[in-house]
Design a protein around this ligand. Structure first.
Ligand code: CA
Length: 223
């Protein structure tokens, strides 16, 4: 479920090595080989982070970075610079990059920087969801309410995760049907039955009800 990383690098060997190393370490990665292609990819798909070389054909990395920030993008960016020059580093950071690495660098070092930056950018948000006294630790797949562990089947876990991610917004039946069964529920009652189970586990033992039905619209979880 981690978002893919976009590697923007015109040197095919370096780009390929980075991608292979990231994939080996469980990260999905894609390559763009020039600055314009990078901007196009970034506007068509959601990436978790961008590794951005400064020296690129068509549009250099500094300009790509400035454009992204000017568009309001908060995408974590690690700049790659060929020269060990203070200028490049300062210009990169001023353009809005979060971090930089000087070539040549060890892939291990790049991975460490990527992981640190991803933790900083998404860490708390991605790993534990919280609504009132209910927490869902996505790493451990553990749900607690008031500190009491709650056991749920995989379908209920998926529903709960989506409700908590969207909280306090309403999540539609269509959205859940699509998430769970690609729109083809095994029976017309499957969703309702699982929401019933979810309520039994999350709300029944507790005084305050968190799951709310919005007739004709869907469900929400809120305090
Ligand atoms: Ca280059």
């Amino acid at each position: 479920m981690a978002l893919p990383i976009l590697i923007v690098e015109d040197n095919a060997d370096i780009a390929g090595n980075i991608r292979a190393y990231l994939q080996m370490n469980g990260r999905e990665a894609e390559i763009a080989s020039d600055g314009l292609q990078a901007l196009e990819r970034l506007s068509n798909k959601i990436y978790g982070l961008c590794v951005l070389d400064i020296g690129l054909p068509l549009m250099d990395g500094i300009t790509v970075c400035k454009r992204l920030r000017a568009q309001g993008s908060a995408l974590p960016i690690i700049m790659l610079t060929a020269r060990d020059s203070i200028d490049d580093r300062v210009i990169g950071l001023e353009a809005g990059a979060d971090d930089y690495l000087i070539k040549p660098f060890a892939l291990r070092e790049l991975l460490a920087r990527i992981e640190a930056l991803m933790r900083r950018a998404y860490g708390n948000r991605e790993q534990t969801l919280k609504v009132a006294d209910l927490t869902f630790d996505l790493q451990q797949t553990q749900v607690l309410r008031s500190g009491v562990p709650i056991k749920l089947n995989p379908t209920c876990l998926t529903i709960l995760k989506e409700l908590m991610l969207q909280s306090p917004s309403i999540v539609s039946r269509n959205r859940l049907d699509h998430l769970l069964w690609s729109g083809e529920a095994p029976t017309s009652d499957s969703l309702r039955a699982n929401i019933y189970l979810l309520r039994q586990a999350i709300d029944k033992p507790f005084e305050k009800k968190l799951i709310h039905t919005h007739p004709g619209l869907g469900w929400s979880i809120r305090s």
